[in-house]
Structure formats: structure tokens, C-alpha cells
Design a protein around this ligand. Structure first.
Ligand SMILES: NC(=O)c1ccc[n+]([C@@H]2O[C@H](COP(=O)([O-])OP(=O)(O)OC[C@H]3O[C@@H](n4cnc5c(N)ncnc54)[C@H](O)[C@@H]3O)[C@@H](O)[C@H]2O)c1
Ligand SMILES: [Zn+2]
Length: 343
């Protein structure tokens, strides 16, 4: 199939480009080479054309003969402050609306969209007394006393984490998350209006070679990695018991290939995760061990907006797309301890 791949020069997009080519697809890669991601005046890598997804004319000419669009282009990261909002609105949401309009005009009816676990806000929690509950926000007094688990709204019991599936409510808690939810909503409405097909892949914590370094926007694995490289030990917030799902970028690329090959009708959201939950302390320990460094420091510090646990169910992606991650984060993170980082 002929695939238009946006964000093809990015951390994830560049691995998808390689995986699609390996799977025998004809890839049209485009990227605008945002300075925040690539530095000022960066040239697109070989095989990637310079184009802005917000430019309707450029998108129209790129869609010629395209069967499916794999849309990775976005401004990423949690955002530093409200000044970032127009950039998310423009590169993530406006660009997606332009793409959808031009796909409609060109008769292209299939989209694979890079979404994110951030659409869920926080994870799923259950109480030993009351079952699954919507947790209370964490109280300052608890956090100061080192009680990091959420409490039950009914009896105040400490809650335990559960797997989040795709039916969970979408509750964005950052500007970036709001922009990813809006991308999904535009794509869902487009699928309903046009009879088109959309697979929204909700990536969990992606890591792997060429991940961006320790910018305010990069993931915790890259931050720990950069701390180790600088001769420091990783500093772990809270008690390190925060649970996440770390998924290797090559598995994310494989999920995109699976979504393109699956050819589903309507709107299909799917978690893209390893299915092997890991705590933040374990992540830091794996990286330290692999580099032969001393153990991480658990600081007990907290940031009030942080999500305690968010762990995905891999069942939907397996059932609907036939995708199962193959890289165990405990192996992948050890390799990541020495992988090159970007920028
Ligand atoms: N890295 C993660 O952990 C993670 C997690 C969940 C979701 N995602 C999503 O995955 C996708 C890829 O993210 P990434 O980590 O590879 O980030 P990245 O910054 O490395 O790649 C994004 C690319 O998109 C390009 N881009 C941005 N706006 C564009 C526009 N208007 N036109 C053309 N190109 C544009 C950038 O130049 C960049 O090369 C994004 O949609 C992101 O929201 C990433
Ligand atoms: Zn309870």
C-alpha cells in the first residue's frame, strides 16, 4: 500500500518509516522539521520531504495515490505553561483538520492516528471494599506523610491500580492531552461523517534509540538516562512505586504496521503498550544496573499534578489489530541504557 507518513523525521515516525518499508509498503514521508524537535534549520533526513501538514495545498499534492495516512506529526510533551497552547492547537489540532479535509477531497478514507495514554488523564483504581472507584485527588497531608496512593471516595481506603482499557473516559489533564483528545474527536467525527476508517493508537511510555534528551518535554526514561550520562544518579519522585507501561519504539512501529494491515471499519482506539507493567523505581534500577552505576535516589518529593499509576490493557490491540508487543521493558531498558539519544 502507499502510505503517507507525517512526522517521518521524528523519534517514532523514523522507526515507522523503516518498519513500513520492511513490510513492503510504499512510504511518502513528510516532516516540517520543527526547531524544538530538531534544532534550527535542520534538513529532513533522506527519504523525507519537507512539508507542513497545516498547508492544505502541500497535503493535497502528497495524497496522490495514497491508500492510508499514518499521522505521527505533532508537538509533543506535557507543555511548560499556557504559552504552549497555540502551538498544540496549531500543529496537533488544526493540522489534523486540514489533513482530514484533504483526505476527504482526495478520496482517501483510511487514517492511523498517533494518540497517547494522556487522553485518559489518570489510570483505573479499585478499593478492596468498594470495587472500582473514581479516586479522590491526593491530599497534601497524605503526600507530605509519604502516603502516595489515592484514597477511596467512599471510605478513604488506599486504592490499588487496575488495567485501563479503551472504554475508559477521556479526561485530559494538560494542554498536550487536550490536543490529543481533540485529534481523536475530529478523527472520530470524520470517520462517522465520511464512512472512513480511523485507528487511534494510544501509545504508553515510548522509549528507545534516538529518543529526545532531557528537555522539559521528554520522557522519564530519557531524563534518567541523561542524569546517568552526566555522572549523576537518577532521582526518583515519591516512593518510586508509580506504575507505568514502557513500550519500545520498535513495538510502536510494529503496532502501526498492524493497524495499517488490519483495515478496520469506523473508529478503533487501541492501547499500544508492552503489557508488562513496571514501576518507575524499577526503570531507574534497570538503567543503573545496566550501566554498572550505583542505585537511584528515591527522594519522596512529589509534584501535585503527577499521575500515580497508569497501566494499560494490551487486550484490545491484540484482539482488534493482532498486535502484541515483543520487547519486555526489562530487556529493552537495559539496551536503552547505552542507546544514542537525540539533540
Ligand atoms: N514519545 C512518546 O512517548 C509518545 C507517547 C504518546 C504519543 N506520542 C505521539 O507520537 C507521535 C510522534 O511523537 P515523537 O515522540 O516521535 O515526537 P517527535 O517530536 O520526535 O516527532 C514529531 C515530528 O512531527 C513533526 N511535526 C510537528 N508538527 C508538524 C507539522 N505541522 N507538519 C509536519 N511535521 C510536523 C516534527 O518536526 C517532528 O519531527 C506524536 O503524535 C505524539 O503525540 C508520543
Ligand atoms: Zn472504598
Amino acid at each position: 500500500m502507499r502510505v503517507l507518513l507525517t512526522g517521518a523525521a521524528g523519534f517514532i515516525g523514523s522507526r515507522i518509516a523503516a518498519a513500513l518499508a520492511d513490510a513492503g509498503h510504499d512510504v511518502v514521508g513528510v516532516d516540517v522539521m520543527l526547531p524544538n524537535a530538531h534544532g534550527v534549520d535542520a534538513e529532513p533526513p533522506e527519504g523525507v520531504q519537507l512539508a507542513d501538514v497545516r498547508d492544505a495545498g502541500a497535503v493535497a499534492s502528497l495524497l496522490d495515490g495514497v491508500d492510508v495516512v499514518c499521522h505521527q506529526a505533532a508537538v509533543v510533551g506535557a507543555g511548560v505553561d499556557a504559552a504552549d497552547a497555540p502551538s498544540y492547537g496549531s500543529h496537533n489540532d488544526y493540522a489534523t483538520t486540514v489533513l482530514l479535509a484533504e483526505m476527504f477531497a482526495a478520496g482517501c478514507r483510511r487514517l492511523v492516528l498517533a494518540s497517547s495514554m494522556v487522553v485518559y488523564g489518570q489510570g483505573r483504581y479499585s478499593c478492596s471494599e468498594h470495587g472500582v472507584v473514581d479516586p479522590l485527588p491526593r491530599r497534601r497531608a497524605d503526600l507530605d506523610a509519604g502516603v502516595f496512593e489515592h484514597r477511596c471516595p467512599l471510605g478513604g481506603e488506599e486504592l490499588t491500580w487496575q488495567l485501563v482499557d479503551e472504554d475508559a473516559a477521556l479526561r485530559p489533564r494538560s494542554l498536550y492531552a487536550a490536543s490529543k483528545v481533540a485529534q481523536e474527536n475530529y478523527a472520530l467525527a470524520w470517520a462517522e461523517a465520511t464512512g472512513g476508517s480511523v485507528v487511534a493508537l494510544r501509545y504508553h511510555n515510548v522509549y528507545g534509540p534516538n529518543m529526545p534528551r532531557d528537555t522539559p518535554y521528554s520522557g522519564v526514561a530519557a531524563i534518567f538516562r541523561s542524569e546517568l550520562e552526566a555522572g549523576d544518579v537518577p532521582r526518583v519522585f515519591e516512593d518510586g512505586g508509580q506504575m507505568r507501561d514502557f513500550v519500545h519504539v520498535d513495538d510502536v512501529a510494529a503496532a502501526n504496521v498492524a493497524a495499517i494491515n488490519a483495515n478496520r471499519d469506523g473508529f478503533t482506539p487501541a492501547n499500544v503498550c508492552s503489557g508488562r507493567p513496571i514501576s518507575i523505581l524499577e526503570v531507574a534500577n534497570e538503567l543503573c544496573d545496566a550501566r554498572g552505576e550505583s542505585s537511584p535516589v528515591v527522594t519522596g518529593q512529589y509534584r501535585s499534578g503527577d499521575v500515580r499509576h497508569i497501566v494499560a490493557s494490551p487486550a484490545g490491540a491484540a484482539e482488534l489489530l493482532g498486535f502484541r508487543a515483543v520487547i519486555d521493558p526489562r530487556d529493552g531498558l537495559r539496551e536503552f541504557a547505552y542507546a544514542p539519544l537525540r539533540g
